[in-house]
Design a protein around this ligand. Structure first.
Ligand SMILES: Cc1cc2nc3c(=O)[nH]c(=O)nc-3n(C[C@H](O)[C@H](O)[C@H](O)COP(=O)(O)OP(=O)(O)OC[C@H]3O[C@@H](n4cnc5c(N)ncnc54)[C@H](O)[C@@H]3O)c2cc1C
Length: 316
């Protein structure tokens, strides 16, 4: 890609798509500013503490299918950031060393990411983008990359890029309850530490201790199915926890010592959109990236972040 000196880009979201776009653009000479509303970088590459245990509660692993991503992941593996967890259906399932969020932290380390900074409104003034945060801070730049899940990006762009906003608003994400548990003793989840029960309620269980992410006897992540989550989205947390605990019981085998329920409102986009990213320069250059555009998985977010960076770089 050509060098673009003195150009600035504002990137909203420090998940896989935003961090990938930041690396790609800064390699092309752009100055990037990354804002994220979360307490940490990573978005759905998320790892939480429950007592002294550590649990991946968003993405559980990732696979590599495209040549470009295979090359990137080989570099991460050499750096000691990721390692194979297990193989299935011809694909290695990679995990983050120290948890999936640790990978995001490595990718973010060259940048000064502004966390706990939620972009509330966008405006385009004299061919430049201006983002105002909920605390009233204003950031501006020549170009903009938005990586929040599509429905959230749609509201930010409403009135500014109506075509892009309307396309984004039509992308429906599946929600997902994630129940995190610690146990008194070992779990009954078989090696290498995951199970996929076909009970209609639970899509996935993982034992973070067997996975090598956590210490302690057992630290379990339970992901509900999209159907169960949608049907119980407004149910009290205690009730959802009770139902999921009952369904997970055959895999536990030891008493639960602590639990925490998390609701991912935008967990998984539909799997069929391969436009790579959306772009408009109607007012000023903006690209929208994320897993909604290149495959509903970590690799899709990475590919989309790359595509958005290339599209923005070409626009100048
Ligand atoms: C429960 C679950 C299980 C999953 N399992 C797998 C798996 O096993 N394998 C796999 O490959 N993928 C899995 N995924 C999908 C994978 O996590 C995503 O595809 C990928 O992480 C998406 O990255 P992204 O950058 O597109 O979006 P995100 O990670 O969602 O990043 C978007 C970022 O934007 C920020 N943001 C949003 N709005 C604003 C705002 N207004 N201002 C500032 N910041 C904002 C958010 O805080 C977030 O950090 C799973 C996801 C979930 C939720």
């Amino acid at each position: 890609m050509r060098k673009s000196l003195n150009k600035t880009c504002l990137i909203v979201g420090a998940g896989m798509a935003g961090l990938t776009a930041a690396a790609e653009l800064s390699a092309c000479g752009w100055e990037v500013t990354i804002l994220d509303k979360g307490r940490s970088v990573g978005g759905r590459l998320a790892t939480r503490r429950l007592g002294s245990s550590r649990l991946d509660h968003g993405a559980q692993f990732f696979t590599t299918r495209s040549e470009e991503f295979i090359r990137a992941v080989a570099g991460w593996e050499m750096a000691g950031w990721v390692e194979p967890w297990y193989s299935d259906e011809g694909h290695i399932r990679y995990k983050g060393v120290g948890g999936m969020n640790a990978l995001a932290k490595h990718l973010a380390s060259p940048f000064l990411v502004r966390t706990e900074t939620r972009v509330q409104t966008l405006a385009a003034i004299c061919d430049r983008w201006q983002a105002t945060t909920e605390s009233g801070e204003v950031f501006d730049a020549d170009a903009l990359i938005l990586t929040p899940p599509a429905p959230q990006a749609a509201s930010l762009l409403a009135g500014l890029a109506p075509d892009v906003s309307a396309t984004l608003a039509r992308i429906n994400f599946d929600p997902c309850f994630a129940l995190l548990l610690t146990l008194e003793g070992p779990s009954l989840i078989p090696a290498p530490g995951y199970a996929r029960p076909a009970d209609g309620m639970i899509e996935w269980l993982a034992d973070n201790t067997q996975k090598g992410v956590s210490e302690g006897p057992a630290a379990i992540t339970v992901h509900a199915t999209g159907a169960f989550t949608r049907a119980n989205l407004d149910a009290p947390g205690d009730e959802v926890t009770r139902l999921l605990l009952a369904a997970a019981e055959p895999f536990l085998g030891s008493a639960v010592t602590a639990s925490q329920l998390h609701r991912w409102l935008y967990a998984k986009p539909p799997a069929d959109n391969y436009s790579m990213c959306l772009f408009s320069d109607h007012i000023a250059p903006v690209a929208v990236a994320g897993d909604a555009f290149a495959g509903a998985r970590v690799e899709g977010a990475w590919l989309s972040g790359q595509a958005a960076a290339h599209r923005i770089d070409r626009s100048q």
